[in-house]
Design a binder for this molecule. Structure first.
Ligand SMILES: Nc1ncnc2c1ncn2[C@@H]1O[C@H](COP(=O)(O)OP(=O)(O)OP(=O)(O)O)[C@@H](O)[C@H]1O
Length: 574
């Protein structure tokens, strides 16, 4: 019986689709599948509404009444459709849809659909590209507006089109743009309680303004502000990670990177090389920028722990209440906000390697006590843990602060001081390194030439004077910064005072402004004499020490003393 029905359906030259009571397709004839452009298998068992979204078939079945000669758009085609309920024994058991192309549109189908597709694509583009776009004619009447703008304004396309722009958009200036013919780009505009950024452009035909186009560039300034804020935070984070990465990648500093010209520096390097091989703690003292971290790296690299991690903790930079978690780590659930799975502390991470405690003088007292326990017992216990973990670490500590004074003031534990101070390396500031700083400057210039592709050959006599007179509070870091700037300004040849930062020059002018003459020889001699006297005073007349301090040979010092007729109390120091 069913076979006969389907054979019968094939003889009908119209598209036929039969659905069951639920609206699921049970039969479709060949003409139907061809008109719909879908294979029979793609249609059977699918809800009719998923094939023809606007279909009123369900309603037809519910009401038991046919809907006849309805025109519907199906993709690019237009169909004329009859829908009938199938009634058996007074009961609706399904529905039948009979359809054909709207008579007369068959031949036009392609041309018409292409135009429509283009228009459709254009509309989609306008919707997607712009948060809001509106166009009006020369009288200010809206001729086009997209859905996003309408949603934003609380209106619809149908309501807006044909009305004057001022009736639809508050604070608009589109009518002004039509009058002046001048574009207004990226203007702030308030609509309701929101601030938006808009651009308005006149539409021209030759010289004549025939309308205007407005577009919303940013539909919510709050969003823009939060984007800018997020961007700023990301920039800062990126900066931080860049520095950290530089620190990690650059962690391979060795003794080859350390420049040492002055005898005190040479001694420090010798000492550091010797103690690198031991497992003992090291305390490095020195002012800011004297190379404490560089020495710590070099000791680690030279030691038999160089394969292990070099972990730096900057005690001055970590907030007090975070320091314990940072150093000791914690177990999962140790406190609110503790990370899942817990987190190892820096001490644990330095296992088998070196723990560099920078700025140890800034470590809070309670943390000092806990650190001392780790050093004595060689065990570390995470916050919230029940068992300690044994660790094998080598500690290098550094500070620019006077630890002995801090001990007297009760700010640093004496027992920890002795634990750390198995070996002590003291790095001299530049201002006591005398003439040798000029050799350091030359060394730095060579290094910078290689890094910055410059070709600077050295420093002029005037720059030497400036360098020797400057106290270099930032030590080698400061000198490196000064030279980095200078070699880039000069590019080649020798560095002259104009390549130096103004603060170095200002000092020079101030220093000599009271009694300076233009006799270079005489001025240099005067300065040399002053420096010699200062060095002798600092060494309480000891010539050997003074020569060392100035970085010159003893014989040279004697010659200079004679030249300047400087008498030294020989009876005390020989
Ligand atoms: N003797 C040296 N030879 C070559 N470069 C040096 C020397 N001393 C310091 N520097 C360079 O100077 C800069 C500062 O060095 P470092 O960070 O080791 O100093 P620091 O004493 O740890 O400073 P701070 O106490 O301010 O942290 C680094 O770029 C380092 O490479």
């Amino acid at each position: 019986m069913e076979l006969k029905l389907s054979e019968f359906l094939e003889t009908i030259p119209y598209g036929i689709v039969i659905v069951d009571r639920e609206g699921l397709i049970t039969q479709v004839n060949a003409a139907g599948s061809q008109l719909l452009g879908l294979k029979r298998e793609e249609l059977i068992s699918r809800p009719i509404t998923s094939i023809a979204p606007g279909s009123d078939m369900l309603q037809v079945m519910r009401q038991g009444m046919a809907s006849l000669r309805r025109e519907i758009q199906f993709g690019e085609k237009r169909f004329l459709v009859d829908r009938l309920p199938i009634v058996v024994g007074g009961e609706v058991i399904g529905g039948l849809s009979l359809f054909q192309m709207v008579p007369g549109t068959e031949g036009m189908e392609r041309r018409w659909s292409e135009q429509e597709r283009e228009l459709h694509q254009f509309k989609e583009l306008v919707e997607q590209l712009y948060d809001g776009i509106v166009m009006c004619d020369k009288n200010g009447i809206i001729t086009m507006i997209n859905k996003s703008y309408c949603d934003f304004l609380g209106t619809t396309i149908e309501e807006a089109i044909g009305r004057h722009i001022t009736e639809v958009i508050e604070n608009t200036r589109m009518h002004v743009v039509i009058k002046t013919g001048k574009a207004e780009i990226d203007q702030l505009m308030r609509i309701g309680d929101r601030e938006i950024i808009v651009s308005r452009m006149p539409l021209k035909e030759g010289d004549e303004t025939v309308g205007a186009l407005g577009k919303v560039v940013f539909s919510d300034l709050r969003e823009l502000r939060s984007i800018v804020e997020r961007y700023n935070i990301m920039e800062r984070q990126l900066d931080f990670y860049r520095q950290e990465l530089k620190r990690m990648v650059g962690a391979k500093y060795s003794f080859a990177h350390i420049m040492a010209e002055h005898p005190l520096m040479k001694d420090a390097v010798q000492m550091a090389k010797r103690i690198a091989q031991t497992k003992s703690s090291v305390l490095i003292l020195g002012e800011s920028g004297t190379g404490k971290e560089l020495f710590a790296h070099a000791i680690h690299e030279e030691s038999n722990r160089s394969e292990g991690a070099f972990v730096r903790v900057n005690c001055a930079a970590i907030p007090k209440d975070l320091m314990e978690a940072e150093l000791f780590g914690y177990e999962e659930g140790a406190f609110t906000g503790a990370k899942k799975g817990g987190k190892p502390g820096k001490i644990e991470l330095a296992n088998q390697g070196t723990l560099f405690l920078d700025e140890i003088g800034d470590m809070p007292l309670d943390m000092q006590a806990k650190l001392l326990r780790v050093l004595q017992e060689r065990e570390v216990e995470r916050i919230g843990a029940t068992r300690p973990i044994s660790v094998d670490i080598r500690v290098i500590a550094a500070t620019h602060r006077p630890l002995e004074k801090l001990i007297k003031e009760g700010e640093f534990r004496e027992d920890l001081y002795y634990r750390l101070n198995v070996f002590m390396i003291s790095l001299p500031p530049l201002r006591v390194q005398g003439q040798t700083i000029l050799t350091l400057a030359d060394g730095l210039i060579k290094k910078l030439n290689a890094e910055l592709y410059t070709n600077v050959t050295g420093i002029s006599e005037r720059v030497k004077d400036i360098f020797l007179a400057h106290p270099w509070p930032g030590n080698l870091r400061e000198m490196n910064n000064v030279l980095e700037r200078a070699v880039q300004l000069a590019e080649d040849g020798v560095l002259e005072p104009e390549h130096l930062p103004p603060y170095l020059l200002d000092k020079q002018v101030l220093r000599g402004s009271d009694s300076i003459s233009l006799d270079l020889e005489a001025e240099l001699a005067k300065t040399e004499k002053r420096v010699l006297e200062a060095a002798l005073a600092q060494c309480e007349g000891n010539k050997v020490q003074a020569a060392q301090l100035l970085g010159i040979h003893r014989a040279s010092l004697y010659r200079k003393l004679e030249k300047h007729r400087i008498a030294v109390n020989e009876s005390i120091h020989g």
